[in-house]
Design a protein around this ligand. Structure first.
Ligand code: INI
Length: 163
């Protein structure tokens, strides 16, 4: 039996990546963006574009547009949704997550979930570069892994122009 294994890598050379960031809870989100850009840089990604939106709820629309554009190998989404700050935490977090997943499935381009969901601002800070790591950086590394994996798989969509 022939077994062929597909696995992405963290070699991001030649990739173009978009980051979509929700401005709500901006202090945490800026750290998530920095973490994402740092992760992409460390992987050798040379070009990244950042789009800011008001909050996590608006991310899917912009992520879907960028994913469909044919210009990016991956789209990294970052935001901080804090339970203490909204009675509609579940709606904002769930719609953001569902929309981000849909953007990936509809476009065939990896759209990564670097959205922190936290009980309070302190927990959000811990996940945005504090003692619990940086979810933006994690999502950036996952973006490179997924983009390099999809390049190898059969049936992949056309690569972005200029790649
Ligand atoms: N958006 C967030 O990104 N994080 C939050 O914690 C949050 N809270 O607490 O409400 C939040 N709300 C704004 C939402 O994303 C939309 O921007 C707003 O509802 C307008 O559509």
């Amino acid at each position: 039996m022939d077994v062929r294994t597909f696995e992405g890598s963290l070699d991001g050379r030649g990739l173009r990546v978009a980051v979509v960031a929700g401005r709500f809870n901006e202090r945490a989100t800026r750290l998530l963006v920095e973490g994402a850009l740092d992760g992409l840089r460390r992987c050798g990604v040379e070009e990244a574009h950042v789009a800011w939106v008001p909050g996590a709820f608006e991310i899917p629309l912009v992520a879907a547009r960028l994913a469909r554009s044919g210009r990016y190998h991956a789209v990294v989404c970052v935001a901080a949704v804090v339970r203490g700050e909204t009675p509609h935490f579940e709606y904002v977090a769930a719609q953001s997550a569902a929309g981000i997943a849909r953007a990936a499935l509809d476009s065939g381009v990896p759209v990564l979930f670097g959205v922190v969901t936290a009980d309070d601002s302190q927990q959000a800070a811990e996940r945005a570069g504090g003692k619990a790591g940086n979810r933006g950086r994690d999502a950036a590394l996952a973006a490179v892994e997924m983009a390099t994996l999809l390049r190898q798989l059969p049936g992949q969509p056309p690569a972005p122009e200029g790649s």
